[in-house]
Ligand binder design. Structure first.
Ligand code: SAM
Length: 286
């Protein structure tokens, strides 16, 4: 299976399957605990600040099912939200959320079937990282090509390497490596697993996570920023693993996250480059 087919199969068969009312399997990659809710929602709302507040068409490239309430606010001032995704299940779920206000297109973000300058605003969250790296410039190019002059767009994709995240996540990596070591040891000791079972486990593992290719801000600026004017600000400076590891109600988690959000607001460019997730803004001159 090539990478795109694997990603599509993952979202059709696993990621966008509802596990409970309005919650998808894919939400296991998010921290849904009440202690983190306010921070996460405020980070989601950051996207809206950099989109034109109104217009006819907003493109949501890799829309998924528009899974969080804050995501719905991006298109409040638009007549249509055009959801483009390679997963048909994503679009079926998105339709349940925005119905008539949505237009739904199965499409690849690196080859968008839309004419130049069709959209007043463009958003693409956590999608481009699913493409092979050599297609990332093409995908950003497509988002920019379809944007109207005077419009703006936002892309969010986690960094593969960022200075701050590296230190914040160090204890988590140590714990993960230790756990992996223990599991490997147990498997070696129990080598009696039948070949049939092992084959089934391998097939399941292939669909457990979708392929992703990530890098740091230098790669983005060198390979895409030279073609398209980009501004890098912070979307969220800590990832889900760090939230689950450090943030707890009994450790004043909500207050810690309020302080972190305040810092991110004061130094958006620093946290954008060195934290976990940047908010990449592109504007087209009128
Ligand atoms: C991590 S989910 C993010 C969904 C949504 N943007 C969000 O933030 O909740 C990635 C989405 O991108 C879609 N996707 C992956 N590769 C794509 C591609 N080449 N073209 C269009 N959509 C793609 C997947 O089907 C999935 O719905």
């Amino acid at each position: 299976m090539n990478q795109k087919s694997q990603v599509r199969a993952f979202y059709d068969q696993v990621g966008w399957q509802e596990v409970s009312e309005g919650v998808y399997q894919n939400a296991k990659y998010e921290d849904l605990r009440p202690v983190s809710r306010e921070y996460i929602e405020k980070c989601h709302l950051r996207v809206k600040r950099h989109l034109p507040p109104e217009g006819k068409y907003l493109l949501d490239a890799g829309s998924g099912p528009i899974q969080y309430p804050a995501y719905l606010t991006y298109s409040e001032g638009y007549r249509y939200r055009v959801c483009a995704d390679i997963s048909i299940v994503a679009l079926q779920e998105a339709r349940k959320r925005i119905g008539e206000r949505g237009l739904f297109v199965v499409a690849d973000v690196a080859n968008l079937p839309f004419k130049d300058e069709a959209f007043d605003g463009v958003v693409s969250l956590h999608t481009i990282h699913h493409l092979p790296r050599q297609e990332h410039p093409k995908a950003y190019g497509e988002l920019y090509r379809t944007l109207k002059p005077g419009g703006s767009g936002v892309a969010v994709n986690g960094w593969g390497w960022a200075r701050l995240s590296r230190w914040v996540n160090l204890p988590i990596r140590v714990r993960k490596t230790a756990r992996k070591g223990v599991r490997t040891l147990v498997r070696i000791l129990k080598r009696r697993q039948s070949p049939k079972k092992a084959g089934r486990a391998a097939a399941q593992a292939e669909l457990k996570v979708a392929y992703a290719d990530k890098y740091d801000y230098r790669w983005l600026l060198t390979h895409i920023g030279t073609e398209i004017p980009l501004e890098i600000r912070v979307w969220r400076s800590v990832n889900t693993s760090a939230l689950r590891f450090y943030i707890h109600p009994w450790l004043g988690g909500r207050g810690v996250l309020r302080a972190l959000f305040w810092l991110e607001e004061r130094f958006p460019h620093f946290f954008g480059k060195h934290g976990a997730y940047p908010l990449v803004i592109f504007r087209k001159d009128a």
